[in-house]
Design a protein around this ligand. Structure first.
Ligand code: GDD
Ligand code: MN
Length: 343
């Protein structure tokens, strides 16, 4: 049976943590028959005694775990929690969830169901049908949440995902979370870690699904979110967005350089009176070689291919793909010529 660990950072949540633990263990987990559900509370030694409350419940619930560490901000609380869930608890999936009932526990089972149906990454989304933000929020707060999200969606070029800043998500460990270098996440002490993690998780996940979340308003204790957190979230989104586009721009430049190499070589070989097929063949091959080299060394530096065998293999493969492109060009060229050219 799959082991699913809910990671719940809690800082000064003395009023919320007890009811949250009992609601999950007594009401929600018993309804989830096909997964082994665990709760890991990450407490930064809250002065209000949040950790002691968790300890009080531990004898009653063997699947309740507590990780205590110095205060380093929200991102680190999740990162340390995830590392603990993977290495100490052998989790198959983790869920990010807040302790303050803004992520109502009744939605956990829907996330788990989506995972058991094969999803690698499940996003609890406020902006899909059935999801919502609190009605009682004032207009300005609603607008910040909605447009902030829309902005990040555009910058990251992720139109298919509707909620990029939600704090309620499930991630499969194998192939998704275990491929992420958690110790070097952007802005790990802030809420912005959410966007950095989402960005990499979506990349790794073969299937990402959104399930509706009715985001509730906080009734007890205070939110730790502030404008600083918001600005750093936008910053992370912009940096990641540019990184993505940088690749497209580099790819285009390499392609243009390949075109120039082709044209100049063809010009020179023709001037040298080479036979047409040789001039055309060699100049094309030089362009392919230029594209391959620059893309490997520059555009896709992060996935650079090293080692002679791998390089030769990839280069041949690249040749075949390029040849496929050329073949299409030739076929289309000949066909067009037949149709409208030489009548
Ligand atoms: N251990 C630990 N350390 N927990 C923390 C810390 C920290 O430094 N800061 C916050 N938390 C805990 C809180 O106790 C709560 O359980 C949860 O993290 C979320 O904190 P809130 O202060 O309630 O955040 P919010 O409701 O304003 O923000 C939520 O919505 C944002 C926008 O959708 C969170 O879900 C964010 O992750 C989300 O981006
Ligand atoms: Mn909250």
């Amino acid at each position: 049976m799959a082991k699913i660990v809910i990671i719940m950072p809690a800082y000064n949540e003395a009023e919320n943590i007890g009811p949250m633990i009992t609601e999950l263990f007594d009401k929600e987990f018993p309804q989830i028959k096909k997964a082994d559900m665990h709760l890991l509370v990450v407490d930064d030694f809250s002065p209000d005694g949040t950790g002691d409350i968790v300890k009080k419940y531990q004898p009653k619930y063997p699947n309740l775990h507590l990780l205590q560490k110095p205060k380093e901000g929200l991102g680190w609380a999740y990162i340390r929690g995830m590392q603990y869930a993977m290495s100490q608890l052998q989790a198959d999936a983790v869920i990010e969830m807040d302790a303050d009932f803004q992520h109502p526990p009744r939605f956990v089972k829907n996330m788990v169901a989506a995972f058991l149906n094969g999803a690698d990454y499940v996003i609890g989304s406020r902006y899909v049908k059935g999801g919502s933000i609190p009605k009682e929020w004032e207009f300005s707060r609603k607008a910040v949440s909605f447009f902030g999200n829309l902005f990040i969606r555009l910058v990251l070029l992720k139109p298919k995902v509707h909620d990029l800043t939600t704090g309620f998500r499930l991630t499969r460990v194998k192939g998704v979370l275990d491929q992420i270098d958690l110790n070097h996440l952007m802005e790990p002490s802030r809420f912005a870690y959410k966007v950095a993690l989402l960005y990499q998780s979506i990349k790794n996940a073969k299937s990402t699904v959104e399930v509706p979340l009715e985001f509730a308003s906080r009734t007890k204790e205070k939110s730790k979110f502030n404008p600083k957190e918001m600005i750093s979230t936008f910053k992370v989104a912009i940096i990641l967005g540019i990184k993505d586009k940088q690749k497209i721009i580099k790819f285009g430049m390499v392609g243009f350089l390949g075109y120039l190499v082709n044209a100049v070589a063809l010009y020179i070989f023709t001037k040298l009176n080479w036979p047409g097929w040789a001039a055309w063949g060699l100049s094309t091959e030089l362009a392919i070689l230029s594209n391959f080299t620059w893309n490997n060394l520059w555009t896709f530096k992060d996935q650079q291919i090293n080692g002679v065998v791998a390089l030769v293999f990839k280069f041949l493969q690249f040749n075949f793909t390029s040849a496929g492109g050329l073949l299409i060009q030739v076929v289309v060229g000949v066909a067009t010529d037949r149709l409208i050219g030489s009548q």
